[in-house]
Design a protein around this ligand. Structure first.
Ligand code: WTA
Length: 634
């Protein structure tokens, strides 16, 4: 197992060593894993291209590290606890031995269905054990998984299937969310009808057994084919730099891009960070409430915890069913020791009242974590007092789909915590603040653009099918730096506070969304001429979506029109991208070169119109007043 830091002095000296001798540091961590063949070179890198290789020449299979290597010492220990949507249904538990067998069977089924090393397999599934099993089965045989969050629409799913030319889609029949049962397979059918010609098989897991349309030519039942396989499957030897998975994420322009992670470095970093950030100890029960459709689920429900030999909980349901005490009831039921969730969930549950959290015994908790968006002070204090009872350090973890693992965070009971601060860099991580000209800001108590100046093992390698885009998005803004897209502040003691995105990406309930993507969706409405989308402060979601829309023909009923626009967005992207507010405008403030002045629109949406700056140089300065007048309050 990689090093687990246990004191402040150790953190400081390890951090220094990891910066002074990064290769020696990461080689020492990597040595603690099971490699079929050791690497030739620890690191080769060139951020200009970009070209980053960790442990090249090394051969491994991440599932041997997540499963096989634990069989002897902890084969009978629980690997996954699956908690169903309905608390009255039966919990499922998989020991490492059972999970190993289940993964091998699924891997053999994939092979029978013609999946080979390097093929892409798309997952569109609720949080059922078969999702984790399927993902690991891909890794077992060297197929590349691309998990698409099951809240995305058929259109969004089709875009992702096509971009990665997936040969197979694995889905469930239906998804149980609280009292609702949501169709899943029919969304896949719709996506495929949109021209996903690469898909040869749709492998369907029976979740509810409800009625679905069946196409004998491509549909296969999971249970028919997986259950009859043998529970052994050799682990495909993978090069450290072979692709492990693709995960689509939104940026400021264009369609979502497929962030590519590779096998060796990702394994080393997610395991190392998991052990340290959560201070996981043998026998602990760890729970991350994320969905495996996002990076947090990949790194900190599946790969990091399993590779570290941890017991990880997978929860099928929602935080408010049957009531707002569900998270705390699960913590109590399974005696959870480390709990990791998103600020938006904390705020939503805080708003429901303390009685829900007070009703349960949370004394097993040791560490509580936050991820995905800035946690505001009020939510931090509530989390600290009501959930952590002031005795569980809060790890406010900053990272991204692209970073693969947690980059900046307190280490519990090792470094200090401060509300709203993600605090200190992990060993091996070299964050810097740059000004907009690319000059490094070296002093403390300063604010700047958050960049990283040295590679770390789990960083993205490319964006699938478009390396130029990876270069332009992350490595072109500042020479020899990875640019995160976030602004940050460093306090007098060197702690980092993440301020938020400085690009046209908004973070709604911890979900990353490109404003351009939402605009493109809105523009699909037949009466919309042009639109501009910005984020605005939202008490529960962190940011809400505010859309300014110019219509072609006068709208007689604005409520009907708004419903239609939301429906178009739901169809194009998914319900998570529906605007919270839609304001009809007669024009949008633009520069003389025709660029929409989002800065002004952001301020209007936030009701911060005192200081709009000089608008006289705009192409259409008069429009500003009328946009302000029409601002939607609630
Ligand atoms: C934001 C999620 C403040 C940030 C793991 C980043 C945060 C984006 C934090 C990545 C945090 C993530 N404090 N902001 N602790 N964690 N963010 O790719 O803007 O879904 O760039 O990865 O979320 O979102 P993503």
């Amino acid at each position: 197992m990689p090093l687990q830091i246990s004191s402040l002095e150790e953190y400081q000296s390890v951090y220094q060593q990891s910066i002074r001798e990064p290769e020696a540091f990461w080689a020492a961590q990597a040595e603690t894993f099971y490699w079929q063949k050791k690497w030739d070179k620890v690191l080769e890198w060139d951020f200009k291209k970009p070209d980053v290789k960790w442990f090249s020449g090394g051969k491994l299979n991440i599932t041997e590290n997540c499963l096989d290597r634990h069989l002897e010492s902890k084969g009978d220990q629980t690997a996954i606890i699956w908690e169903p949507n309905d608390p009255n249904e039966t919990v499922k538990k998989y020991t490492f031995r059972e999970l190993h067998a289940a993964v091998c069977k699924a891997a053999n089924a994939l092979k029978v269905l013609g999946i080979e090393k390097g093929d892409r397999v798309c997952f569109y599934m609720p949080m059922v054990p078969e999702l984790a099993i399927g993902v690991l089965a891909c890794a077992r045989i060297g197929a590349v998984h691309s998990v698409v969050f099951a809240g995305f629409s058929a259109n969004a799913l089709a875009d992702r299937i096509k971009d990665a030319t997936c040969k197979m889609v694995i889905c469930s029949d239906f998804n149980k969310r609280g009292q609702k049962v949501i169709p899943v397979k029919s969304v896949v059918d719709e996506a495929i009808a949109l021209g996903c010609s690469s898909v040869e098989t749709v492998l369907v897991h029976k979740n509810t057994g409800g009625d679905i349309v069946w196409d004998e030519k491509i549909d296969q039942w999971w249970h028919n084919i997986v259950d009859i396989q043998t529970p052994q499957c050799p682990a495909e030897p993978m090069d450290a730099e072979d692709m492990l998975f693709i995960l689509y994420t939104s940026g400021s322009t264009g369609k979502p891009k497929g962030v590519v992670h590779t096998c060796g470095g990702y394994m080393v970093y997610t395991t190392f960070s998991f052990k340290n950030v959560f201070q996981y100890k043998e026998g602990d029960v760890y729970w991350c409430t994320a969905d495996i459709g996002w990076i947090t689920g990949h790194s900190y429900i599946v790969y990091g915890p399993l590779s570290a030999g941890a017991t990880t909980i997978m929860f099928e349901g929602v935080p408010t069913f049957p009531d707002a005490g569900r998270f705390w009831q699960i913590c109590d039921k399974h005696k959870v020791n480390q709990f990791y969730t998103a600020p938006t969930a904390i705020r939503a549950l805080m708003a429901k009242g303390d009685e829900f959290v007070d009703a349960y015994d949370l004394s097993s908790l040791k560490v509580i974590g936050s991820v995905g968006e800035p946690i505001n002070e009020e939510a931090w204090h509530w989390y600290n007092e009501k959930v952590g009872k002031k005795r569980c350090p809060i790890v406010d973890t900053w990272w991204q789909t692209e970073t693969g693992g947690i980059m900046i965070t307190p280490l519990p009971n090792i470094t200090d915590t401060k509300p709203c601060y993600a605090a200190y860099p992990m060993p091996g991580i070299q964050p810097v603040l740059l000004d907009s000209d690319g000059n490094e800001i070296t002093e403390n108590e300063a604010e700047g653009l958050l960049c990283v100046r040295f590679p770390w093992p789990s960083m993205l390698r490319t964006t699938y099918g478009d390396h130029e885009r990876c270069k332009n998005t992350y490595f072109a803004a500042f020479e020899n730096h990875y640019f995160t897209g976030d602004g940050a502040r460093r306090d007098a003691d060197g702690r980092y506070r993440i301020i938020g995105r400085v690009d046209d990406v908004i973070n709604v309930s911890g979900h990353r969304m490109g404003t351009a993507e939402v605009e493109n969706a809105i523009n699909e409405h037949s009466n919309v001429v042009e639109s501009a989308v910005v984020g605005y402060p939202h008490a529960i979601k962190g940011q809400g979506i505010y859309a300014y829309v110019i219509v072609n023909e006068t709208v007689s009923d604005e409520t009907v029109f708004r419903t239609e626009v939301c429906e178009v967005v739901r169809r194009e992207i998914g319900a998570i991208a529906k605007p919270d507010k839609i304001q009809l405008v007669s024009g949008l403030p633009k520069t003389r070169s025709g660029k929409i002045m989002r800065r002004i629109l952001r301020k209007i949406a936030a009701n911060d119109t005192e200081n709009l700056g000089d608008v006289s140089t705009l192409l259409n300065p008069d429009i500003v007043e009328s946009v302000i007048e029409g601002r939607l309050k609630e």
